[in-house]
Design a binder for this molecule. Structure first.
Ligand SMILES: [Zn+2]
Ligand SMILES: [Zn+2]
Length: 474
């Protein structure tokens, strides 16, 4: 059963907190770099409890292998893989009888296939890039699979000696069926003895269950595919082309098979006992876009943490966290907005009355017009809240610009009523006069106010404009 992110029910979870049981996807978990054994290490914390979260097995958040079969088929089409397949096929076609060429192709293909298996198992789904290092490093490790074959051959001979051909046949069949599991044990433990140990191999097969049979069947088809394709090829085919096609498909299907085994190892790494480094897996499996979505800056992490607390209903805790973290970040409008909403949810009346007007000022300063209007309307309905005169005036202008005449008028009237003698009164009167004249059809009132304004503020910078406007009203 896939565990899903408690906050994004459509996303599989990567982590789970053992204290609060909440599950988190890669975007919800809090990531911090902390010193560990004298080195800086990435650690993952539950955003609510602030304790290290438990990483879920990779199988929980990758596509199961049986739903991504087509992707295995196109895996060798990636540039480096297909170039290698073509080169090997070409070499074999050009020198069909040269033993040295045959051996060279065999070693290169085996080494590449083994690298496909190990990189896939670590979570890197891109075909390995060809390099000298790729073919040079860990060569012995690759040939351990042949030591494994040799050992099995030796055991088979012994069995044949004591039980005859039937016993050997049965043993061969069992080995054939267990072979992919033995391979996976070999890769994860790097030990031929472990891969030969039925006490290790058989439990893995039973843990993977019927899906092992599915993988086995698929591998079997892959094994037979090149031969089947050649069988279907017309007989008139020139020998060189035949060899080219045969080796091409052979290598192509080998890479698919190793990619599949690597992926099964990745999906069942927990059952098989193979360590997958989460950070490497994430880095190599996520697209650039997905990586950008993961919160990394302290601001993003804090926002993420607050969002999660809010979504999981820990409002008081979120409020406390903002209080603690917002010192020195008084201009952070997003944080202020979260605080504002949380104060309402938690019914912190006193703080709300204090923070509301401050939040409105911040929204105005940062030109968040739509939000400012919304918050203003909310605050204006609350008789206990005192909105600063300058904010009322700005909101009046915003309403005016939007063509919301009634709301604009209300703002200006409220400003005029609550601020007698304010130096900016003409800034409220002038637009109000325009509104009365142009939109409310109250010309006499507009004229009366205009005349009063000119008379009271003969020196004000707006007065000439008001006087001109009065001329147009006649
Ligand atoms: Zn927790
Ligand atoms: Zn999530």
């Amino acid at each position: 059963m896939t565990i899903h992110c408690s906050l994004h029910p459509s996303k599989p979870a990567h982590f789970q907190c053992h204290k609060c049981d909440t599950a988190f996807c890669g975007g919800c978990i809090v990531q911090r770099t902390v010193p560990q054994y004298g080195m800086m290490q990435k650690s993952y914390f539950c955003p609510s409890c602030n304790i290290p979260a438990e990483q879920l097995e990779i199988g929980n958040f990758i596509e199961p292998f049986w739903t991504r079969m087509p992707k295995f088929f196109i895996y060798p089409l990636q540039l480096h893989a297909i170039l290698l397949v073509m080169a090997l096929a070409l070499l074999s076609a050009l020198f069909p009888t040269t033993l040295l060429v045959y051996l060279f192709c065999f070693v290169v293909s085996t080494k590449y296939a083994y690298t496909v298996l190990t990189t896939t198992a670590k979570g890197n789904l891109k075909a390995p890039q060809m390099s000298i290092e790729l073919f040079n490093s860990n060569v012995l490790q690759v040939f351990k699979q042949y030591i494994l074959f040799a050992a099995l051959g030796g055991i088979a001979t012994l069995i044949a000696k004591y039980t005859g051909i039937v016993g050997m046949g049965a043993f061969g069949l069992i080995c054939f069926i267990l072979m992919p599991a033995m391979f996976m044990v070999l890769v994860s433990s790097n030990s031929v003895l472990a891969a030969l140990n039925p006490m290790i191999v058989v439990p893995i097969v039973t843990r993977i269950g019927w899906r092992y049979a599915l993988m086995f069947l698929f591998l079997l088809l892959l094994l037979m595919a090149p031969a089947a394709i050649l069988y279907l090829a017309p007989e008139s085919l020139p020998a060189g082309v035949g060899v080219f096609l045969a080796t091409f498909f052979q290598h192509y299907y080998t890479f698919i098979a190793y990619n599949l085994m690597g992926y099964v190892l990745l999906q069942y790494h927990e059952e098989i006992g193979f360590d997958v480094d989460y950070d490497y897996f994430i880095k190599s499996s996520q697209t650039k876009k997905e990586q950008e979505q993961v919160p990394t800056t302290p601001e993003e992490i804090l926002t993420n943490q607050i969002n999660i607390m809010v979504k999981s209903g820990q409002h008081e805790e979120a409020l406390a966290l903002i209080r603690e973290e917002s010192r020195g970040k008084e201009n952070d409008v997003e944080l202020s907005d979260k605080y504002f909403n949380l104060l309402k949810i938690c019914q912190k009346r006193d703080s709300y009355i204090k923070h509301g007007p401050y939040h409105l000022g911040l929204l105005i300063n940062q030109h968040k017009k739509a939000k400012a209007i919304k918050v203003y309307q909310e605050l204006a309905d609350d008789k206990e809240i005192e909105i600063p005169a300058s904010s009322v005036l700005t909101i009046g202008r915003l309403f005016f610009e939007r063509g919301e005449h009634q709301n604009a008028s209300n703002c200006y009237i409220s400003f005029i009523k609550s601020n007698p003698g304010h130096e900016k009164l003409p800034d409220a009167y002038f637009p109000l006069i325009k509104l009365l004249n142009e939109h409310t059809g109250n010309k006499p009132k507009a004229k009366q106010l205009a005349k009063g304004l000119i008379k009271t503020y003969p020196e004000h910078s707006l007065t000439p404009a008001v006087a001109n406007y009065v001329q147009t009203m006649m």
